[in-house]
Design a protein around this ligand. Structure first.
Ligand code: NDP
Length: 443
């Protein structure tokens, strides 16, 4: 039995029922075997045994009062996974599905993603099983304030810096940051994704979606191709999906789908993103409302976008949304590129089907690293009391995404099959974290 299989078995026994966490480990650990064979010092220092255990997991009660005057209670989490490379960094997710397993898988992935950016960031993730959908602004504010009443003592500009994720955008970060400031009396970069008027970075809202498209730009260029004339299928219609759609369209692609948890829209002439922004960012409505704007579009209740023919697919909604059937449909319909805007949207089996079918596949920890990269730029601007232009931030993001692609692509060639970006991203991220852990001793 290999070292990674043995380790995986022991983790599963200790964390029964944490299926998403097990999935993230199962995807990553076997790809590290060639590095472990080359570096026995990693095994001796028990780097992987240490890496499968988060440094700290905080679970707390979040009581708040709804608009009817009733007390509600949610469960909050912050998993501070690994601080070898820098202060903990990772988003906050508000969604009814949030559990310790989801927090741990996201924080684990974040550790390697942050390493890939080349910036000094550790990995963390947090959130709550709170559903902001259908809540009033006052209810969302009350929840965010109560959440931070506990979280504030664990975070700070040099300790742990949360940001947004599913269900957490500029509004929620604003409420959380306001409460942090009230409790600590300190105006510092303790959150990223803040509003621009009080310390947010220009370009942060766009960063994850734009970054995913820059990753694809590099993948296309490796095959002497570009976005012009390509048909792109995107799932989700939140922050990542919208800005990926905007950038891909700007580079000449036609975006044919977007979705939410109720269904998807298909518009063969190309989705009108301004209408989607109106629905999602202003009204906070459902994607089917798009039919009010474009009569030729179609809406498929409960459907998934993967059966729509395309050249490029960008899963940008949530974990495990692209499974075996979806992967088969993409391959059969001639899709050539898949880049994960979301975290772990593709199951392990589906990713294998895509790679075996000749699809050039980029995992989330590389593709969606643009968000955290620009968050790190926001932290730098806050520390320096400076504010960079949108163009400066965007140019830095494009460079960082190129470096991430180059590092994953080259590493994949050194440790397996050139172009296997899953292995490339895992190994490139791991080596940075492992070296920093060894240099800092067994702590
Ligand atoms: P948003 O909340 O802005 O949007 C999420 C989108 O995904 C919505 O369209 C939502 O639909 C859909 N969705 C969420 N959960 C489900 C589900 N269980 N089933 C089907 N659809 C679902 O989140 P983001 O765009 O910020 O995040 C999307 C993904 O990108 C996540 O995996 C996140 O971890 C990842 N990511 C985000 C970063 C960021 O900077 N925001 C950075 C790096 C990664 P509905 O409204 O119906 O729920």
């Amino acid at each position: 039995m290999s070292y990674s299989t043995k380790l995986l078995d022991s983790v599963k026994k200790k964390s029964i029922g944490e299926s998403e966490f097990h999935q993230a480990l199962t995807e990553l650990l076997p790809t590290l075997e060639p590095v472990l064979n080359e570096h026995p010092e990693y095994i001796k220092a028990k780097i992987l045994d240490r890496l499968v255990e988060p440094e700290r997991q905080i679970i707390f009660r979040v009581p708040w009062v709804d608009d009817s005057g009733d007390v509600q209670v949610n469960r909050g989490f912050r998993v501070q996974y690994n601080s070898a490379l820098g202060p903990y960094k990772g988003g906050i997710r508000f969604h009814p599905s949030v559990s310790l397993s989801i927090m741990k898988f996201l924080a684990f992935e974040q550790t390697f993603k942050n390493a890939l950016t080349g910036l000094p960031l550790g990995g963390a993730k947090g959130g709550a099983d709170f559903d902001p959908k259908g809540k009033s602004d006052r209810e969302v504010m009350a929840f965010c304030q109560s959440f931070v009443n506990e979280l504030y003592r664990h975070i700070g500009a040099d300790r742990d810096v949360p940001a947004g994720d599913i269900g957490v955008g500029t509004r929620e970060v604003g409420y959380m940051y306001g409460q942090y400031k009230r409790l600590t009396g300190v105006h510092e970069g303790a959150f990223t994704g803040k509003g621009v008027p009080y310390g947010g970075s220009l370009g942060r809202t766009e960063a994850t979606g734009f970054g995913a498209v820059y990753m694809l730009e590099n993948m296309l260029a490796a095959n002497n191709e570009d976005f012009r004339g390509k048909r792109v299928v995107i799932s989700g219609s939140g922050n990542v999906a919208i800005y990926a759609a905007i950038k891909a369209a700007e580079l000449g692609a036609t975006i044919v789908t977007l979705s939410d948890s109720c269904g998807y829209i298909s518009d063969p002439a190309g989705i009108d993103i301004d209408s989607v922004k109106e629905i999602k960012e202003v009204r906070r409505g459902r994607i089917k409302e798009y039919l009010e704007f474009r009569k030729d579009a179609e809406y498929f209740e409960g459907g998934l976008v993967w059966s729509v023919p395309c050249d490029i697919a960008l899963p940008c909604a949530t974990q495990n949304e692209l499974l075996e059937d979806g992967a088969k449909a993409l391959v059969e319909n001639g899709c050539k590129y898949v880049a994960e805007g979301a975290n772990m949207p593709t199951s392990i089996e589906a990713a294998h089907i895509l790679q075996a079918g000749g699809v050039f596949f980029a995992p989330g920890k590389a593709t969606n690293a643009g968000g955290v990269a620009v968050s790190a730029l926001e932290m730098s601007q806050n520390s320096m009391r400076l504010s960079w232009s949108f163009e400066d931030v965007d140019a830095k993001l494009r460079d960082i995404m190129k470096n991430i692609f180059d590092s994953c692509y080259e590493t994949s060639g050194q440790y397996g099959k050139k172009g296997d970006l899953i292995a490339g991203a895992n190994v490139a991220g791991f080596k940075k974290v492992a070296l920093a852990m060894i240099m800092q001793g067994t702590v």
